[in-house]
Design a protein around this ligand. Structure first.
Ligand code: MV4
Length: 449
């Protein structure tokens, strides 16, 4: 096992990793920008090192500075959290060259899944059901017409280098295809320096269902069920739950086994998420995320496992300590993301937190790096905390969420807390009868009301 781990991240996820290290008896090194000297992750780690100025590109994404911090402190491994360098194959390569372990999958697996065409082709070959679409890249408008006419409209043009909704254009009809094709290409070129695109049949009213997988890097892998993350705004998740309200145990077992077998087959190491669109009782693979996700706690809550500890164990070369038959679901969990944003426009709202009180009690977890007197800097993501509740079933989890939200106090900055009080009053949220477009439509309706 490692004796010292460096956490290349900030905020709540840095605390999450520090806590896992503490329980494993591993010393921790925090890195921080000059804007984060007073941040909780710096206080909570055993050691800390400043790695650059406020901008993420100059600090939390500064590979040479992070390598130097490892060498100065003697850290043997790096946990990247999510975002920043968590899916950067080049970073993993550089760590490897310096004999520092990356707590996550190999550079090759990150590269494969980062290229969305290769990811899809890999998954299709492994028996994972995919959205119908072009077999590979679509280099010309003529070919775009050919494949789309064959499939039928609507279609969606996606950037090969994209993901998470960036560089994506919908063509509802044949008349829209030219603009969608060139729009996706130029957006992709500008954002990623790569203008390759592919085309898929557009699914009109799916849910976003993602399967949590975990591999030991040596041909064994398990699944930990699914999460329903359909409630999103501009590709930002706001409310996530597990298990998925519309997924039966039989479907879970089938898609879960398909996913676990697929990642076992490629010797995948650590935590991964296989994203699907789910429509008419069918799963369609869209992307795989090769990192720990923001919403991992809902899975931890219902399976009773610590995914971060497992990541660290596997990276240290130990065997995974669970087998599929050891894993079973207990209850229902919901996470809401608390952002420092002003409603109704979700305008980022950095500033000083004057009061902070976290809810507690049975089945309540708060992952947050806030404290009273903390000043939220304007340079980073506006996520300031996650509230995760667990109940014996979905209605119990919803009741607990309402109760816990009532106890949560954050003063001094605007937050998205009022959104969740309002959502809990919605019949569609109460019954779980929503799709990926429900929240955006609801928000629009709120504005005109
Ligand atoms: C789609 C789709 C419909 N059909 N692909 C958006 C983010 C990226 N992960 C994939 N996305 C979508 N891909 C096909 N073939 C609709 C979306 C989509 C979406 C997906 C998940 C959650 C929220 C979404 C909001 C808008 C569009």
């Amino acid at each position: 096992m490692f004796s010292k781990v460096l956490i290349a991240n900030r905020g709540e996820i840095a605390l999450r990793v520090i806590r896992a290290c503490n329980e494993l008896g591993i010393k921790t090194v925090a890195v921080h920008s000059t804007a984060d000297s007073d941040a909780m992750h710096v206080r909570m780690a055993d050691e800390s090192i400043c790695i650059g100025p406020p901008a993420g590109a100059l600090s939390y994404l500064n590979v040479p500075a992070i390598i130097s911090a490892c060498e100065i402190t003697g850290a043997e491994a790096v946990h990247p959290g999510y975002g920043f360098l968590s899916e950067n194959a080049n970073f993993v390569q550089v760590l490897e060259d310096h004999d520092i372990k990356f707590i996550g999958p190999t550079a090759e697996h990150i590269r494969i899944m980062g290229d969305k065409i290769t990811a899809k082709e890999t998954m299709r070959n492994l028996g994972v059901p995919c959205v119908p679409g072009s077999p590979g890249g679509v280099p010309t408008l003529d070919e775009a017409y050919e494949i789309s006419d064959e499939m039928g409209f609507p279609v969606i043009v996606k950037a090969t280098a994209g993901g998470g909704g960036r560089g994506m254009k919908l063509a509802k009809t044949r008349e829209d295809l030219e603009d969608a094709f060139f729009g996706a290409r130029s957006e992709s070129k500008a954002a990623f320096g790569n203008d390759e695109v592919y085309i898929e049949k557009y699914l009109t009213l799916p849910r976003h269902i993602e399967v949590q997988v975990f591999g030991d890097g040596k041909g064994r892998a398990v699944h930990l069920g699914e999460r329903d993350c359909s409630l999103q705004r501009r590709h930002q998740k706001v409310f996530e739950e597990a298990p998925g309200p519309c997924i039966t145990p039989e479907m879970r077992e089938r898609i879960g086994k398909t996913c676990a077998d697929a990642v076992a087959n490629i010797n995948y190491a650590g935590a991964g998420t296989i994203e699907f669109l789910y429509e008419n009782d069918e799963f369609f693979f869209i992307e795989m995320n090769t990192r720990l996700q923001v919403e991992h706690p809902v899975t931890e809550a219902i399976f009773g496992v610590d995914l971060v500890k497992q990541q660290i164990r596997v990276a240290a070369g130990e065997d995974m300590w669970f087998k599929q038959e050891d894993l079973s679901i207990k209850g229902h969990a919901i996470e809401v993301r608390i952002n420092a944003e002003k409603l109704p426009n979700f305008t980022p709202c950095p500033g000083t937190v004057t009061q902070f009180h976290a809810p507690g009690g049975l089945g309540v977890r708060v992952d947050s790096a806030l404290y009273a007197g903390y000043t939220i800097p304007p340079y980073y993501d506006s996520l300031i905390g996650k509230l995760i509740v667990t109940g014996t079933n979905r209605p119990a989890a919803l009741a607990r969420l309402r109760r816990a939200l009532g106890e949560l106090v954050i003063e001094g900055v605007d937050t998205t807390i009022p959104l969740f009080h309002a959502l809990l009053d919605e019949p569609a949220v109460q019954t779980g009868d929503y799709d990926i477009h429900w929240l955006e439509h609801w928000l629009e309706a709120q504005e005109t009301a």
